[in-house]
Design a protein around this ligand. Sequence first.
Ligand code: 3HC
Ligand code: NAI
Length: 700
Amino acid sequence: MSNVVSYELNGNIGIIRVNNPPVNALARVVRQGILDAVTEAQKDASEAIVLCCEGRTFIAGADITEFGKPPMEPGLPEVLTVIENSSKPVIAAIHGTALGGGFEVALACHYRCAVASAQVGLPEVKLGLLPGAGGTQRVPRVAGVKAALDMITSGNPIAAGKACEMGLVDEIIGDTDLVAGAIQYAKDLAESGAPLKRIRDISIDPASIEPGFFDKARKEQAKRARGQIAPDRIVTAIEAAVTLPMDKGLERERELFKELVTSPESAALRHIFFAERQAAKIKDLPADTQSRAINKVAIIGGGTMGGGIAMCFANVGIPVVMVEINDEALSRGLGIISKNYTITVQKGKLAADKMQERLDLITGTTNYSALADVDLVIEAVFENLELKQEIFAKLDKGCKPGAILATNTSYQDVDAIAAATNRPQDVVGMHFFSPANVMKLLEVVRGEKTADDVLATVMQVGKKIGKICALSRVCYGFIGNRMLSGYGREAQMLLLDGCTPEQVDSALERFGMAMGPLAMGDLAGLDVGYKARQARTDLPDNPKLFRMGTVLVEIGRLGQKTGAGYYKYDPATRARMSDPEVEKLIQDEARKLGIEQRKITDEEIIERCLYPLINEGAKILEEGIAQRPSDIDVVYVYGYAFPAAKGGPMHYADQVGLKNVYNKINEFRGRYGEQYWKPAALLEKLAGSGKTFAEWGAGS
Ligand code: 3HC
Ligand code: NAI
């Protein structure tokens, strides 16, 4: 037997222990080990068999790194058949998270017990897959078709207590000693002569499912999943649980799983799974870097961002003091926080007493002396370098030694801000995204002098408050906003060339973006970009550049907040509607600029908007602003709602082929001029050598 799976006989109970850190993934040795152990237990004096795991969790699923490689025997379905056919009851003892193939192992067992803190789930959909080892056939048999559909299409885990109510877990045992509890449970079952309960023996009465149920579910999933295929295949697999006998249903599930595991969608989502975890690792940080303790935080500026950031800390129990410029601004800021929590309570997503606990953790002041005992300060005042420098000079005087001084600036030079202090090593960028309490991304900006332990601490704190962190060096706009500039530029150029706003946005929304760039501009306020452009002195003198954004702002169409921007908005529902007035304005501007408008394909819209992202991403890599191509993908997926099922801009470029991207950029250079369409040197090099960004990232 392998050393990752052990088997021992304890009285009349056989105990199989899996020990494959960190999450007991079902690598080949684990599958083989479980199969061998169950086989061995058939021959000894055991009367029941407990299957449990060492470490922090029950089996958390298939080993994702094995997908895309040639299959290795034994396959998981084979192992589950051996468990299910055991002549003695097999009892899964669950702690931590039983996920995916891990939960499917548990479902093939005859009984399942769990500690109350455990969770079970089938998250395969998040990897563009469906449960491929019986999950779609067994869950509906136990919990019902509707519950199975919700559980498997959402991929969200379920707490043990709820799983017990749904019949997915048979027994909740004390949290203190899982194995002892499971052994006692197994003994009781053996003693009472409990039957070999096999989920496969339950049948679902097709008449219990209302006609049209699955067609409706497929339509709902198509609407929700925007182009992704896994949710649709999940519906089909669950339908098979109703219409086919168990073995045929398992076969159908397997076929669908094989289709999905080779899909570009799943490859992209698996890429993002690993990219997200990589991004938190700073390449040149010594492994033994100690972090600083963060027990109290201050936020300077309680506006849009400051309020959301304060909530992030209060949500995890860290006290926050918010500093504002005057009492009026302070009470407005605190009021918005309170209102946001109230809405969450009204939606039933937060208990009222929890809201009060969180509110109690947030205090407000207009006095900088309140900062003397804080461990971390995050500045979120207006986007103005002089103001930020003034504030950092004050922080330098008022904060205790070792306090981390962070700025949430979107564009300003973190080194210039750090230079306003006598402790630039303690200064770092923490760039949150709006709304800060919702958006997952945190761009951590490493200044020239930022100390290693400051970076380690900020990465750790980011994880604690539920963010996905990615590291950026200092440049204008850091990784995300710097890349965005070309995307927005082309969206506007396309209007002058002949597109309507609806056409640009809907092409990108069909590609998978949560919202097209022009609608996004309306949401954020067109004046934001307008003001940022006014403040810049380095923009090329080109009358076409951001022309429509400028025209709209100058006639007072600032976006949703004024009821009109690129679109007009229904005052009651905020639904966006095309506006013939804007279409006319665009035509007028094109005429003034001598542009002959033409019909433009969706393909050109996608290429013209996304290839500047990719090209700028390549420059960001060349310059060492981002650590790896996959970090850029994380920034775009979690900060800018780039479709995860396309894997982020750099992964997408690899899929399209860098040579194709390079050639197209050159074609656009010929057509639209060199000013904006010059391939990055790295893109040119990789296109020439037939390499991908991923290969370059792995080698650099
Ligand atoms: N396969 C391979 N590696 C895995 C893995 C898996 N299923 N799950 C986690 N890991 C790795 C991570 O990449 C990470 O590696 P690193 O330390 O080198 O970066 C390490 O394990 C620890 O993972 P986390 O940082 O995510 O640890 P957390 O404690 O924060 O979270 C977890 C633990 C909730 C289990 C989380 O890792 C997770 O959600 N894992 C994926 C679960 C999943 O999707 N399972 C389904 C797989 S598909 C399947 O089972 C198909 C089946 O139906 C046939
Ligand atoms: P905001 O205008 O909503 O809030 C700024 C707040 O700072 C105001 O409430 C103001 O009273 C307060 N303030 C000004 N001077 C102050 C001082 N000396 N001391 C204490 N408080 C002071 O601005 P917003 O949108 O929250 O932006 C803040 C920062 O976050 C900016 O640097 C911005 O670039 C950045 N940012 C903004 C994002 C957004 O989408 N709004 C996204 C990411 C970063």
